[in-house]
Design a protein. Structure first.
Length: 249
């Protein structure tokens, strides 16, 4: 490795090297520095400023390539240096960033430690909303299966997983969400689907899955239609100016 080695190559080298167990926490910290600064700068005192400025996107990248155990070590370190005020806030950010990166195994470990997969980050987005926004049906399905709060809406925009899928014109994701919601609601007898149907069409008291899909896909009759002008995200990390509240439920 040298100062001109690309950051991603540095991180991959660090992760692939058979380090002794005692060295792995430092390796995880070093990976954070490399991804945050774009260079080899392993100074503990320099980590907080860089991470404070860029941590969300770098942590998503890091979550996508770090083994689950090492990624959790990184979060513990960020807690130790003061990036998070308390353990609960740490879990909130952890779940959302892991959902953005599709790191289901790491989320499983957080749940084992007592974490709540329904927690939201400082943007008031839930892990499920992040998974939907990033077109990750596998993670979205897993989160729903864990019993995350399906009724959650953004406190300011009223956006929810379904409205986000509609805003991005992502019919496949919409079908995935509604199908998983339908399965879970039938198991638990929750009123979510029935309440959702009333908002779509007050005359529908006990909708079928087909009616729920049609309520969004039928461009002539849908009250909250699937958008055709905003293509779904093609990859993680790409930013789009999508106003999710335009199609709120």
């Amino acid at each position: 490795l040298s100062p001109i080695t690309p950051p991603n190559e540095c991180v991959l080298f660090l992760l692939n090297h058979p380090w002794p167990e005692a060295e792995r926490p430092f390796v995880a910290e070093l990976a954070v520095v490399i991804l945050s600064t774009g260079s080899l700068c392993p100074l503990r005192e320099s980590i907080p400023d860089f991470v404070f400025d860029n941590y969300t996107f770098y942590m998503t990248d890091l979550a996508a390539i770090l083994p689950s155990a090492d990624f959790l070590l990184v979060f513990n370190y960020l807690y130790e240096i003061g990036l998070y005020e308390n353990q609960e806030e740490l879990e909130d950010y952890s779940f959302c960033i892991l959902a953005r990166a599709g790191q289901i195994d790491a989320m499983k470990k957080l749940i084992e430690l007592g974490g709540n997969a329904s927690n939201v980050d400082d943007s008031d987005f839930s892990p499920l909303m992040h998974a939907v926004k990033h077109d990750d049906s596998r993670t979205a399905t897993w989160l729903i299966e864990q019993g995350v709060v399906l009724e959650y809406c953004h406190p300011k925009t009223n956006a929810n997983p379904i409205s986000i899928a509609c805003a991005e014109g992502n019919e496949q994701m919409l079908r995935t969400i509604l199908r998983q919601m339908w399965i879970q609601v039938q198991k638990d007898k929750k009123p979510v689907i029935r309440d959702l149907a009333r908002k779509i069409s007050p005359s529908v008291k006990d909708p079928t899955f087909k009616q729920l899909i049609q309520a969004h896909v039928d461009k002539e009759n849908a009250r909250f239609p699937l958008s055709t002008g905003m293509p779904k995200s093609q990859s993680r990390g790409k930013k789009k100016n999508v106003v999710y509240s335009e199609v709120v439920m």
